[in-house]
Design a protein around this ligand. Structure first.
Ligand code: S3P
Length: 168
C-alpha cells in the first residue's frame, strides 16, 4: 500500500509518538520525521535551551514553521511535540496534508513515562505531576479532534501499538 498522506502522530508528552511512529514508519516503509528533532536541528540547540533563552512563544512559532515545511514533503510518519496540535493553524495545516492520530494514554501512564526525564521544559515546575494533569485536562478535548484515536496501554509493546495504528 502506498501512503497518500502523511500520518501525523499527536498527543501528550509520554504517549509514545516518537517510539511508535518510528516503528509505524518501518511497517509502512516511509520515512519517519520528528518535528521536535527538526526544530532542534534548525535552531542548533535543545528544546529546553530554546524555551529558556527565547521562550515558549518563539518555540511555538518555530514549531508552526517546521510543521508546514515537513507537511509539504512526501508522505511520511510525522511525530509532533505534545503542544503542536493545540494551535488551530497547525491543526489546519495537518488536516490539509495528513491524517492525524491521537495516541490516547491515561494520566498515570504518562506520568510514569515522563517523571524521570528532565527534557520537558513545561514540567520544570515545583509540582510537575500537577502541571502534567493541568496540561492533560486542557488538551484532551483538542486531541479528540484528531482523525483517529488509538488507545495506549502499559501492557502493549511498541510494535503492538504500531500495528494498532496501522490497522486504524
Ligand atoms: C511539549 C512537548 C514536547 C516538546 C516541548 C513542548 C508540549 O514534545 O515539543 O517540550 O507542549 O507538550 P513531546 O510531546 O515529544 O515530549
Amino acid at each position: 500500500m502506498r501512503l497518500k498522506k502523511s500520518v501525523v502522530m499527536v498527543g501528550m508528552m509520554g504517549s509514545g509518538k516518537t517510539a511508535i511512529g518510528t516503528q509505524l514508519a518501518r511497517l509502512l516503509e516511509v520515512p519517519f520525521i520528528d518535528s521536535d528533532d527538526a526544530i532542534v536541528e534548525a535552531a542548533n540547540r535543545s528544546i529546553a535551551e530554546i524555551f529558556e533563552r527565547e521562550g515558549e512563544a518563539f518555540f511555538r512559532q518555530k514549531e508552526t514553521q517546521v510543521l508546514e515545511r515537513l507537511l509539504e514533503g512526501p508522505p511520511c510518519v510525522l511525530s509532533t511535540g505534545g503542544g503542536a496540535f493545540i494551535a488551530q493553524a497547525n491543526r489546519n495545516a495537518i488536516a490539509a496534508k495528513g491524517v492525524s492520530v491521537w495516541l490516547r494514554a491515561d494520566l498515570d501512564l504518562l506520568w510514569q513515562r515522563v517523571r524521570h526525564k528532565s527534557t520537558r521544559p513545561l514540567l520544570h515546575t515545583p509540582n510537575p505531576r500537577a502541571t502534567l494533569a493541568e496540561i492533560f485536562r486542557a488538551r484532551v478535548p483538542i486531541y479528540a479532534k484528531a482523525d483517529l484515536t488509538v488507545d495506549s496501554a502499559p501492557n502493549l509493546s511498541i510494535d503492538d501499538m504500531a500495528h494498532r495504528v496501522r490497522e486504524a
